[in-house]
Design a protein around this ligand. Structure first.
Ligand code: 6PG
Length: 249
């Protein structure tokens, strides 16, 4: 499948999240039809929460027993912490749908050793996709990876000028984020760029300047969100008008 990049702009945030829920379910039905399962890496932060709530509200009868959920990144906090991406997903989606607990792969971020947590999660991802440590150049192919974009152009927890940007063999790393004085646990670019489909979700005027830079700017080095280029997959930017306000159209 040749790589494609498309940008879809919706009048309001509500329209954006309805369309994102429909795209999630469309991709899910296609994957389940083709291979009996749908593998997804979820995004954290605040933007996707509305999508997760809509999926729970409007698609409770979806084939959740065939859906396998992972996390593209996690904060280095226990699952009960208000900063936890897992907690956000649990409250907005998991607690409201009939998905088997064994289909949800949480980052063990309560481990005080962030590198150990990342290594443990990598083993779990490799085991699930049948990739063994003696296949260092083999990467999992998620059917769908959901991503957001931060005001500095970061995505997942791949921040500008951070060590994880150049990781080319590991799937999951503990990335030191100096400005937050903490580690984040994140998928690496090879995992992101092996996905069958990537959806970037961005909503609101705060994202407009950076979206213009990321989608239309030339940056040296490229911003992390610009380095998301699936090698054999679909890249879809789903935006609301406020976020897309500075794009040339
Ligand atoms: C996280 C995310 C991160 C997020 C962006 C955008 O754990 O915070 O994975 O990459 O997508 O920071 O965050 P908002 O959606 O809150 O603007």
């Amino acid at each position: 499948m040749p790589s494609t990049r498309s940008i879809e702009v919706f009048a309001t945030a509500a329209d954006l999240f309805h369309a994102a829920a429909e795209e999630f379910v469309r991709a899910g039905r296609a994957a389940i039809g083709a291979q009996g399962r749908f593998t997804v890496a979820l995004a954290g932060g605040s933007t996707p929460k509305a999508l997760y709530s809509l999926l729970a509200a409007n698609y409770a009868d979806f084939a959740w027993s065939r859906v396998f959920l992972f996390f593209g990144d996690e904060r280095h906090v226990p699952p009960s912490d208000s900063e936890s991406n897992y907690r956000m997903v649990k409250e907005s989606l998991l607690a409201k749908i009939a998905i088997p607990a064994e289909n949800v792969f949480r980052v063990p971020a309560e481990n005080p050793d962030a590198s150990a947590a990342a290594a443990e999660y990598e083993v779990e991802v490799r085991r699930f996709f049948g990739l063994w440590s003696d296949q260092p150049k083999e990467f999992p192919r998620f059917d769908l990876i959901l991503l957001g974009m931060g005001p500095d152009g970061h995505t997942a927890s791949l921040f500008p000028d951070s060590p994880a940007l150049d990781e080319q063999s590991r799937l999951v790393v503990a990335n030191w984020v100096a400005k937050f004085n903490t580690h984040r646990i994140t998928f690496t670019f090879p995992v992101l760029n092996h996905a069958g489909e990537i959806i970037f979700l961005a909503s609101g005027p705060d994202k407009a300047d950076m979206l213009h830079q990321v989608l239309e700017g030339k940056n040296t080095p490229p911003l992390p969100s610009q380095r998301v280029q699936p090698s054999d997959g679909k890249l879809l930017w789903m935006l609301d008008e406020a976020a897309a306000a500075k794009l040339t159209r």
